[in-house]
Write a protein that binds this ligand. Structure first.
Ligand code: ZN
Length: 248
């Protein structure tokens, strides 16, 4: 590593720390702020202000008797037991702000809160009753290091808090750094995520039914690759999918 790269990396780390301290500090000064827009809220029990709350587009998949959009996304591709998404993702609504916040703005409490809401809702359906364990989709080590946390893991931890389904972040590992997915078409994305995940077989713990947890699903290619990788080794294992948001 050159001196210049080292200096740059130290500088970036400090920059990140500053942003984190600022977020912590503002919570000390304004303890009752909306987790999405940071506006002050009147009641300390309110995590999300009314404006942001009204702007959330809930899927209400927990009330569905028939197949949801997320179920259909995987039809003919992989065998999935059950699926759930809390919110619809569209540009210009607060779901976009939430996803951006938990990915890039260090809003860990927001990820936990969204996870808790998912946990409450999945208990309303029988489909997730027998899930033994939540498996967050891992970030590549480099990304996790840069970001300091994995937003899918925080979502899973939030789900655990309200559903009591334990979380195991060690089962699935990412082995290759895949380039940013956002500008790629479906086939390119599929190609890009091949051979990306591996399993730590010592972590399987006699699970019968696991649920993969991710922040947002668009084409479903990342989740598909994970499910295939797991099913290659354990075709009998039931796998469900839980995401915070699904693209509308
Ligand atoms: Zn708000």
């Amino acid at each position: 590593m050159s001196q210049h790269t080292k200096t740059l990396s130290v500088y970036r780390n400090w920059q990140k720390k500053l942003v984190e301290w600022k977020a912590d500090l503002s919570h000390l000064i304004y303890p009752n702020t909306c987790l999405i827009c940071s506006a002050e809220t009147s009641n300390k029990n309110i995590q999300i202000c009314h404006l942001c709350e009204n702007d959330l587009h809930y899927t209400q998949f927990e009330k569905f008797q028939d197949a949801s959009k997320l179920d259909k996304l995987f039809w003919g591709r992989i065998k999935v037991e059950a699926t759930y998404s809390l919110l619809y993702f569209e540009k210009e609504i607060s779901t976009q702000q939430i996803l951006h916040g938990i990915k890039y703005q260090n809003k860990k409490n927001l990820a936990l809160e969204m996870g808790r809401r998912i946990g409450v809702n999945i208990l309303k359906t029988a489909r997730f009753k027998e899930v033994d364990c939540l498996i967050p989709i891992p970030l590549h080590a480099k990304k996790a290091y840069q970001r300091g946390y994995n937003q899918s893991q925080l979502l899973a931890e939030g789900i655990t808090q309200t559903s009591n389904i334990p979380c195991n972040e060690k089962l699935l590992k990412r082995i290759k750094h895949s380039e940013s997915q956002t500008k790629k078409g479906r086939f390119k994305r599929w190609e890009n995520v091949q051979n990306t995940f591996t399993l730590d077989l010592t972590q399987l713990n006699n699970y019968q039914h696991i649920a993969l947890v991710d922040d947002v699903v668009t084409t479903g290619s990342t989740l598909e690759v994970c499910v295939r990788e797991i099913q290659t080794h354990y075709p009998e294992l039931k796998i469900s999918i839980i995401t915070l948001a699904i693209a509308k």
